[in-house]
Design a protein around this ligand. Structure first.
Ligand SMILES: Nc1ncnc2c1ncn2[C@@H]1O[C@H](COP(=O)(O)OP(=O)(O)OP(=O)(O)O)[C@@H](O)[C@H]1O
Length: 355
């Protein structure tokens, strides 16, 4: 199962020239600056661009080639835009039914009630779109897209038009979508913390070209890529909620059994969780410190020491419980501790620095 695309086209002065090989499940994020070609790629996938240079195959099925073109309305996909385009004269329930009833029952793969509950819309069904907040409107738009039983869901910065509060409100629904549905999602964003929460696979775009593509954890921490070179470089760790403590902390378990303390999360025990760690919030110690305020002291292996854009800093690529972890240290600390690839070390991470 995969999405293979070879997209070459010219739009005014802009040239798109990309080869994509995206997994057929999970969330793939297209990430890049404004004008790097993210929306143009979605338009190609949706069948809104008809050019000779487009070859597209979704899970083995040809959607577009020199000889073949599946038109927009025959592509089984859902499209969620920056601004929800709901029918203003129809209540939420009718907006949802619109997509749902278009398909004959035998072709429906997504249930109406289940989708309403997944997107938390139970209490909004009798409202009109103008009676909803921006975040609520986007949840309806997502549910409506899902109810067409798409085989591919395209999302073009679905949170871009929302304020911080609405973004925080809608993110858990997007996470639920990701966890509960098998439909592959292609998610456009230029907010890396959003990508860290949602994506499994990442495509980095720069002026119409692919700079790199691969699993999210790997691309975030690859020292020669711009994400690791950024002042806010961060790693993402996958863990499970082990327990909550009486003093308002949550204890997470990493795949190798090591534990990570974090400020209390509103998640059930046993639930999978992602945590983002800024490279500058990781300190290194040769031995396990005994008298430190830092709650987390984890066994890691040093894999690589690389240059940093700041001449006084260096980037360390570490391995923690089989996952990559980035640390930014001063050049002075690296030399004082005589750090070398292959060493077994301790990474200290303040619990309050994790989100
Ligand atoms: N119809 C068009 N005619 C000419 N140029 C176009 C057209 N549509 C888009 N472009 C140009 O193509 C380039 C890529 O645009 P695109 O919208 O794909 O970028 P993007 O990465 O999605 O940007 P943003 O994050 O701002 O939405 C831009 O330089 C844009 O000006």
């Amino acid at each position: 199962m995969s999405i293979e695309a070879r997209l070459q086209l010219q739009q005014g002065n802009f040239e798109l020239d990309v080869t994509l090989d995206l997994p057929g499940s999970g969330v793939s994020a297209l990430f890049g600056r404004s004008g790097s070609g993210k929306t143009t790629i979605l338009r190609c996938l949706a069948g809104l661009e008809r050019h000779a240079g487009i070859d597209l195959r979704v899970n083995g099925e040809i959607w577009q080639s020199q000889q073949h073109f599946v038109p927009v309305h025959q592509r089984p996909l859902g499209y969620v835009f920056q601004e929800a385009s709901l029918f203003p004269h129809l209540m939420v329930a009718k907006n949802l039914e619109f997509g749902y009833r278009r398909l004959p029952p035998a072709q429906r793969k997504v249930a109406l009630d289940e989708t309403i509950s997944l997107m938390g819309l139970e209490t909004l069904l009798a409202r009109y779109p103008q009676q909803l907040s921006g975040g609520q409107r986007q949840r309806v738009a997502m549910a409506r897209a899902l109810l067409t039983s798409p085989r591919l869901l395209l999302m073009d910065e679905p949170m871009a038009a929302l304020d911080q509060r609405s973004k925080a409100e809608i993110l858990p629904y997007l996470e639920r979508l990701h966890q509960h549905l098998a439909i592959p999602i292609i998610y456009v964003s230029h907010a890396i913390h959003e990508v860290c929460r949602l994506a499994d696979y990442l495509v980095l775009l720069e002026q119409g070209k692919v700079q790199a593509q691969g699993p999210l954890q790997q691309l975030l921490t690859q020292p020669d890529l711009p994400l690791a070179q950024d002042a806010d470089a961060a790693s993402m760790l996958l863990a499970t909620v082990l327990q909550h403590t009486a003093d308002e902390m949550s204890e997470l378990q990493l795949p190798d059994g090591q534990r990570l303390l974090i400020s209390r999360l509103q998640l059930a025990e046993g639930q999978n969780v992602r945590t983002r760690i800024l490279a500058r919030d990781v300190a290194i110690s040769l031995v396990q410190p005994q008298f430190s305020s830092v709650n987390n002291c984890l066994r890691v292996e040093l894999e690589q020491i690389e240059a940093d854009p700041h001449p006084g800093h260096q980037l360390l690529l570490l391995r923690l419980a089989g996952q990559p972890l980035l640390a930014r240290l001063s050049r002075r600390s690296v030399s004082r501790l005589q750090l070398q690839p292959g060493q077994q070390l301790f990474a200290q991470i303040k619990a309050v620095a994790l989100d």
